[in-house]
Design a binder for this molecule. Structure first.
Ligand code: CO
Length: 153
């Protein structure tokens, strides 16, 4: 079992959307969400927009995922399930150790080794069957003073 100290809480919620523009307007008008930035992740064939709801340490970050191809992972998700919650991301400062402990317990992992996420973060996904059908992302942000160490080999 992974010690609970491995995780510091919720990092963000990923939401599959057909249109970032429409979803952004929706969350802005409903919850006063604040748009932060967009980026495109070519290898995942997805456009991403980051929104923030609220301020302070409990602020919620939303990652809106709009596929650029119907054959992409998010495109297939939308086709089968429609828009909605795609994944939940937990923040950790010990991604490598967490993955090692999970792998040692035969936890189904999509990413046995970390890959590069947004903002220089290192991330890894568990398989949904590991966590009651929930796709869970583990997210380790780059230390501000040690950005060079955050690069995924
Ligand atoms: Co995410």
């Amino acid at each position: 079992m992974v010690p609970d100290t491995f995780f510091s809480g919720l990092d963000h919620i990923g939401i599959a959307v057909r249109s970032i523009d429409e979803a952004r307007r929706c969350f802005e008008s409903l919850f006063g969400a604040v748009f932060e930035q967009t980026e495109e992740v070519a290898e995942q064939q997805v456009r991403i927009a980051w929104l923030r709801i609220g301020t302070g340490p409990a602020a919620l970050r939303l990652e809106l995922l709009e596929p650029t191809s119907v054959d992409s992972p998010v495109g297939k998700f939308l086709a089968s399930r429609g828009p909605g919650v795609h994944h939940v991301a937990l923040a950790t400062a010990g991604l490598d150790r967490a993955l090692a402990v999970l792998a040692a317990a035969d936890t189904p992992l999509i990413d046995p080794t970390p890959r590069r996420g947004a903002h220089g973060a290192r991330i890894a996904f568990l398989h949904p069957r590991a966590a009651e059908g929930v796709l869970v992302e583990l997210c380790e942000h780059a230390p501000r003073s040690k950005d060079a160490q955050a690069e995924t080999p």
